[in-house]
Design a binder for this molecule. Structure first.
Ligand SMILES: Cc1cc2nc3c(=O)[nH]c(=O)nc-3n(C[C@H](O)[C@H](O)[C@H](O)COP(=O)(O)O)c2cc1C
Length: 292
């Protein structure tokens, strides 16, 4: 006989990385700035990954920065942020008043930059998310996260600088996420988050040249993101899954694929309150299980 299980308990308080989270819905990096504008949302999710912080301030790229595609968007924001010093002085004190856990997304362009950023931020946040999709400018500009040895070097060097939870955010581009995840875990990562955006471009057919080259996100990438999460699920640390989540059902699919929590990205650009709606839907979702 079939019976129904509500997911209430799946989205109530939970412990991951030794930290107690309000629920398993997090906000992905880059879509909500520092989460200070929509406190009603940030105060009711488990955690926020801040926008990427670099060593030096960055103006970001010129427009167009965002281009809508069928079921998704391409962004070319270019890691616009105030730089770590201004972040520590002006943003961190405000972040500490939020009632959710704070993970700072760290973007480096050399191994040393990752270390310096983490060192400067210190221990007044709940953890770090290392964005290893950035180009390694000292070594030919391929992303750190495309080579298991280089990804491991980033993690082992940062590991020596902090005892806070270290989550590594994997790139899905041109690499096997399982190989990278294993290398990062061996080097001391406490968690893996995935996926970052996929390489993408769109053309202006009148000018016959590219309109935008950037990262694809949104529902178009969800099936691939689910595959990637499922591929790394046995790497030995908790997984934070993301990529195209717009509903409670989507979030549940990521939990089924092996994620301990999920992060909401592009959906927030359309509706800043989407994480709360997804949380409500997840709470109400009934899943049929078969007694055997
Ligand atoms: C406008 C925009 C900015 C982003 N900025 C960052 C960033 O600074 N660091 C990072 O690791 N990921 C960044 N991401 C990637 C998201 O955090 C997320 O991994 C990706 O968009 C997939 O989730 P989604 O399909 O729900 O958006 C950004 C995504 C978007 C759309």
């Amino acid at each position: 006989m079939d019976r129904y299980l509500t997911l209430g308990e799946l989205i109530s308080m939970c412990e991951i990385f030794g930290i107690t989270f309000k629920n398993r819905i997090f906000i992905a990096s880059g879509v909500f700035g520092f989460g200070l504008k929509y406190k009603k949302v940030t105060n009711n999710v488990g955690a926020i990954f801040t926008k990427g912080i670099t060593l030096k301030p960055r103006m970001g790229n010129p427009p167009p920065r965002i281009f809508e595609t069928p079921c998704g968007l391409i962004n070319w924001v270019g890691l616009e942020n105030p730089g770590v010093d201004k972040f520590c002085k002006e943003v961190l004190p405000e972040l500490q008043n939020l009632r959710c856990k704070i993970f700072v997304n760290v973007a480096g362009f050399s191994l040393g930059e990752y270390e310096q950023i983490v060192e400067k931020i210190g221990s007044c946040v709940d953890g770090f998310e290392l964005n290893i999709s950035c180009p390694n400018v000292e070594k030919g500009s391929a992303a750190f996260g495309q080579d298991p040895r280089i990804a491991a070097s980033v993690v082992s060097r940062v590991r020596k600088k902090t005892s806070l939870p270290l989550i590594v955010k994997l790139t899905p581009n041109f690499c096997d996420p399982l190989l990278i995840a294993r290398a990062c875990v061996d080097a001391g990562a406490d968690g893996i988050s995935l996926i970052n955006t996929l390489y993408a471009m769109a053309f202006d057919i009148n000018k016959r040249k590219p309109l935008i080259t950037g990262g694809l996100s949104g529902p178009a990438i969800k099936p691939f993101a689910l595959y990637c999460v499922n591929r790394v699920k046995d790497c030995g640390v908790p997984i934070i899954g993301m990529g195209g989540i717009v509903s409670g059902k989507d979030a549940y699919e990521f939990l089924l694929a092996g994620a301990s929590a999920v992060a909401i990205g592009s959906a927030v650009l359309r509706d800043p309150y989407a994480p709360l709606q997804i949380l409500r839907e997840l709470k109400k979702l009934k899943v049929r299980i078969r007694d055997s």
